[in-house]
Design a protein. Structure first.
Length: 188
């Protein structure tokens, strides 16, 4: 994936998102980042290298606050101040990183499917147990900051599972298009 932002995203925006729609897009992308960070060892260096590989301004990476670095007492939303173009660039970075870890994501999704088919708790496995534990911790902070309703443990597992499956799609060759289109669904 060696696309730059200037050549990517031929999807024209005939109707720019309203502030509410933009907020929903930012929130959804933040959840995708949260799920990615729960499974993949993402840090500032990986984000920076992805930006450099994709020829995206590194200023965006400096502005993006990873979940592992967020202060639980802060009340601001990390991606709230991002413009639509910055969100598009961040989509490229997130999908590029996920693509680098596609095998890990695929293994996690396969394990989730197996555990679900056997009617067993996914948290019993090390890979999914670590993922779900991090997800629960980060999601509690997310719910506080966004004033979302804090989900029950079962609902958090369902959301974490859905996002994990989404990551598999976003780690593919056209993952950035899929994620962009998923975000654009908030405009309808």
């Amino acid at each position: 994936m060696s696309q730059s932002v200037s050549t990517w995203g031929d999807t024209p925006l005939t109707n720019p998102p309203t502030p509410q729609q933009l907020y929903q897009m930012q929130s959804h992308l933040d959840l995708v980042l949260l799920a990615s960070e729960c499974l993949i060892p993402i840090d500032a260096d990986i984000m920076l290298q992805a930006a450099l590989d994709l020829d995206i301004s590194t200023t965006l990476v400096e502005k993006t606050q990873l979940w592992s670095n967020r202060d639980a007492t802060e009340t601001d939303h990390s991606l709230e101040s991002f413009t639509l173009e910055q969100l598009r660039s961040l989509i490229l970075i997130i999908c590029y990183i996920n693509q680098q870890y596609q095998e890990l994501i695929r293994r996690a999704v396969t394990l989730l499917e197996q555990m679900t088919a056997q009617n067993q708790d996914p948290a019993q496995t090390t890979l999914l147990g670590n993922y779900l534990e991090k997800f629960s911790y980060f999601y509690a902070n997310y719910a506080k900051k966004t004033e979302e309703i804090n989900l029950s443990s079962e609902q958090q597992v369902q959301l974490a599972s859905k996002l994990l499956i989404d990551l598999l799609f976003y780690s593919g060759d056209n993952g950035y298009d899929r994620l962009w289109l998923a975000l654009l669904d908030y405009q309808s």
